[in-house]
Design a protein around this ligand. Structure first.
Ligand SMILES: [Zn+2]
Length: 253
């Protein structure tokens, strides 16, 4: 393979020419302006790309990604993206989207402390340690990580909704909805985890993240219902369908 990555330039030319053949005005339209309706805050994992997952074209979604989709309220990067999306682009939907099997979450609970990454993951690792007894009651390693992936999304939704950028938008009457979703790489389906925050009042009425840890996940997951609706003839009794995220994964005492 060439050290100059010529193959990527070749693929770029092939992609641009195909796009132009399909729609001669495509790039002219792209160059005029961007008017995305959504802001995606997701993981840097190379398999979880917002446009592909949602079937959207460039220009339709504004994107911020970092390892384990963490909202650090002192992170200039995410705050700048959020501010631009809310104040300039007037985006109405912010989606915090994690994914099952997240390596970042896996590392956060592994007790590592040798890299910059471990500083980044500190909110996740600290939360895991706080609720370790509950999480460790989940005996299956994959299920435990997946449950923390879900809780991590819930936590980041709350952190995002507490930022002055979001709060000020609500105070001036701007429409802004914050959602918490999770993506399953093994079947390509999104799951809405439920938090839907559209005002300061709704934010303040959310159960605390500590309460969320103790709530069992719904027996019939939204993801499963989506899969049935999407594929129709799917065999819902096939346990392999949801091998990484079965229901009842949390073991409450
Ligand atoms: Zn990840």
């Amino acid at each position: 393979m060439s050290a100059t990555l010529d193959h990527l330039f070749d693929q770029n030319v092939a992609w641009a020419s195909q796009k132009t053949r399909e729609d001669p005005q495509y790039f002219r339209r792209m160059a005029e302006q961007q008017a995305p309706r959504y802001l995606w805050i997701g993981c840097s994992d190379s398999r979880v790309t917002a446009n592909d997952v949602l079937g959207l074209d460039p220009g339709e979604i504004f994107v911020h990604r970092n390892i384990a989709n963490v909202v650090h309220t002192s992170d200039m990067n995410i705050l700048s993206v959020l501010e631009f999306a809310v104040d300039q682009l007037k985006i109405e939907h912010v989606i915090v989207c994690g994914h099952y099997g997240c390596s970042g979450v896996n590392r956060a609970i592994a007790g590592e402390h040798s890299a910059m990454l471990d500083n980044w993951l500190l909110p996740v690792s600290m939360f895991y340690r706080k609720h370790r007894a509950t999480f460790d009651a989940i005996t299956d390693d994959v299920e435990r990580v997946n449950r923390i992936c879900e809780i991590n999304v819930e936590m980041q939704v709350r952190r995002l909704a507490a930022t002055p950028i979001v709060e000020n938008a609500w105070l001036r009457g701007q429409t802004l909805h914050v959602h918490g979703w999770i993506y399953a790489i093994h079947d390509g389906l999104l799951r809405d985890l439920g938090p839907h925050v559209s005002s300061i009042g709704e934010r303040d009425r959310l159960p605390s993240i500590d309460q969320m840890v103790l709530q069992p996940t719904e027996a019939e997951s939204a993801m499963r219902r989506q899969a049935i609706a999407a594929f129709g003839a799917i065999d819902v009794t096939d346990p392999r369908l949801h091998a990484c995220c079965p229901s009842g994964r949390i073991h409450n005492s």
